[in-house]
Design a binder for this molecule. Structure first.
Ligand code: ADP
Ligand code: MG
Length: 200
């Protein structure tokens, strides 16, 4: 596929396949098209030409989105709700039992007592832990993470590595954009490197 924004060629003739059960790491310099690729795979943007097939994940945008766990540059959390309330809200929207869903999320991302405070009071890393917990609460089959290690401390990065490995072992499609080479090596199975909109 190709994606252009006016004169900007964000993606040029990209042909990629992300397999279930693998963690695919997307790497490349700033502006190389990583976020654009992720947004197109996640149905949040459309390619200018070419197409994306989601296989068994769904044929329509609605089906794919129901299966999607997305963490982009914004947390998508409500600032005046606590971390716990943000996670419980997501769980409720997905029709889950909220207490069990929050307990699992708290353990998974080592959420401390800060989870009871308003989200707007959080440090960068605390925000990221809650954003990840919220996005993965419904056990999605397609996980797309854009620079998810941003702000996380060593223990947070370690937890994230465990989580993406667990999800891949469940047969999930996991695609992670990262600048963290150590994380890419420790958590990834496949590397896709972009440069000026092309896979190199
Ligand atoms: P990366 O995530 O690798 O840093 P992006 O995929 O965000 O790169 O962007 C790829 C290129 O497309 C960049 O040159 C960026 O400025 C441009 N771009 C992205 N989104 C838009 C947009 N909405 N309008 C115009 N240009 C855009
Ligand atoms: Mg980006």
């Amino acid at each position: 596929m190709t994606k252009t924004y006016g004169p900007v060629r964000a993606l040029v003739g990209v042909d990629a396949r992300f397999e279930a059960g693998r963690v695919s790491m997307v790497l490349g310099p700033n502006g190389s098209g990583k976020s654009t690729l992720l947004a197109i795979v996640g149905t949040l943007a459309r390619p200018s030409s070419g197409r994306v097939s989601h296989g068994a994940l769904g044929r329509t945008r609605e089906e794919v989105r129901a299966a999607l766990g997305w963490v982009g540059h914004e947390s998508l959390c409500y600032a005046d709700l606590s971390g716990r309330e943000n996670i419980e809200l997501a769980a409720r929207l997905h029709g889950l039992a909220v207490d069990a869903a929050f307990a699992a999320a708290r353990q998974r991302f080592e959420l401390g007592s800060f989870a009871e405070r308003p989200f707007r009071t959080y440090s960068r890393g605390q925000r990221q832990r809650v954003a990840l917990a919220r996005a993965l609460v419904h056990r999605p089959s397609l996980i797309l993470l854009d620079e998810p290690t941003t702000g996380l401390d060593a223990s947070g990065v370690g937890r994230l590595r465990e989580v993406v490995r667990e999800e891949a072992a469940r047969g999930v499609v996991v695609v992670v954009v990262t600048h963290d080479d150590g994380f890419a090596r420790a958590a990834g199975d496949v590397r896709v490197v972009l440069e000026r909109g092309r896979i190199v």
